[in-house]
Design a protein around this ligand. Structure first.
Ligand SMILES: Cc1cc2nc3c(=O)[nH]c(=O)nc-3n(C[C@H](O)[C@H](O)[C@H](O)COP(=O)(O)OP(=O)(O)OC[C@H]3O[C@@H](n4cnc5c(N)ncnc54)[C@H](O)[C@@H]3O)c2cc1C
Length: 92
């Protein structure tokens, strides 16, 4: 990486250089699917299986956002979170 106060250029392993306005550093994080599996939730290819109400197979356990797969965007996570929240309230 090259730059003074911020990264202005990166060099790939093959020597290719790419100009950039900045970089995201993404180190490994705990996967939510591992946690869900421990709770007994069914998963498929690292995504938690949910129905249209964002319910997992475990009663009272909901999943939403990236962990349910599909479009990995904030808008989808917020939409599914709203559904899960409302469904949880209805169930109380
Ligand atoms: C570099 C980058 C750029 C992006 N840019 C955009 C963009 O421009 N627009 C856009 O719409 N989307 C963008 N996204 C995608 C967006 O960030 C995700 O879709 C969104 O954050 C998903 O929200 P989420 O709540 O499902 O998951 P997350 O935001 O990942 O939140 C999940 C949280 O759960 C925590 N967690 C997981 N497992 C455990 C556990 N076992 N115990 C405790 N905590 C746990 C995690 O630490 C994390 O804080 C980008 C993603 C990346 C990586």
């Amino acid at each position: 990486m090259f730059g003074d106060n911020r990264v202005k250029e990166i060099e790939l392993e093959d020597g290719t250089k790419i100009k950039t306005d900045g970089v995201f550093v993404a180190q490994g994080v705990a996967g939510s699917t591992d946690f869900a599996k421990k709770l007994g939730a069914l998963t498929s290819k690292d995504r938690i299986i949910v129905n249209e109400k964002m319910e997992t197979n475990v009663d009272g356990l909901y999943a939403c956002g990236d962990c349910t797969g599909g479009l990995l965007q904030v808008s989808k996570a917020v939409y599914e979170g709203a559904i899960a929240g409302l469904e949880a309230i209805r169930k109380c």
